[in-house]
Design a protein around this ligand. Sequence first.
Ligand code: SF4
Length: 327
Amino acid sequence: MALLDVQGLKVYFDTMEGAVRAVDDVRFSLGEGESLGLAGESGCGKTTAALAIMGLLPYNGRIVDGSIHYAGYDLTKLTPPQMRGIRWRHISIIFQGAMNALNPVKRIGQQIAEPIILHEKVDEEVAMKRVGELLELVGIHKDRIREYPHEFSGGMRQRVMIAMALACNPRIVIADEPVTALDVMIQAQILELLERLKRELGLSMILISHDLSVMAETCDSMAIMYAGKIVETGSVRDIFKRPNHPYTKDLIAAFPDIAGAQVLPAYIPGLLPSLIDPPMGCRFHPRCKFAWQRCVNEEPPLDPVANGHRSACHLNTSTPPPREVAR
Ligand code: SF4
């Protein structure tokens, strides 16, 4: 049975221009000890899905439909105080841009201790002892507990943020773009650290990234998102070896292959559509080189294409008429 089960999740943002359908009928599940990658271009709804799970949507965001089941509870139905009991102690998050998320005028020890004191109801001495253990766990000497964020490098600050996410022994950690803005060597170290912590602490993890190579390193399964929808899901191996959806294929082709031919990576023409008035039918049709009239008229369902592998594309059930191209 899945530890976290998201079904039919819809999250909209109210704006002056209308409702932005940031997450629109998304479903995925996360098993005990599993790591799931949520991938896609910026603005496709990955972070919004994570914030909905954490109950941390901004003031104009609302869950319109769907459920988020965790440990027998539907998180969408919990009151704010009930949700505070889940957040950090059961599910925690390493925020995007975390390197700038630390308070510059507070010692890092105090910052990591805050959630421990708040949620575990322990005194400062006990909390600081735990902070020392957490720092050692993420590879920072505990003597640095009294230092300020500016005394740490980018990679070390990211380790502090990871320690903070682990402060209350959560079962699930969501890492939102955990290595963006770090140089390649440090990226590898942080991914190795996450992998080790997942193994040693038995964590389940949702890793959000626009970078497919990050998923290849660390995840068991992946969900590819486009314009608020999941277009393909499967094991990392299946998605890299046998990508099915044209968008997934384009995403993979957009990354340089150091073992392949010495050619420039491909790019995906066009931009993400407006999510206030998204395209009818398949949301990818304005950018898809295979699109035909059916793609404009009908939304493709996320259907199985192999064992544990699903894709939402009409090409799996029909052949486009010759020369009938929608754009
Ligand atoms: S359903 Fe049509 S437009 Fe969408 S990805 Fe498949 S071929 Fe392209």
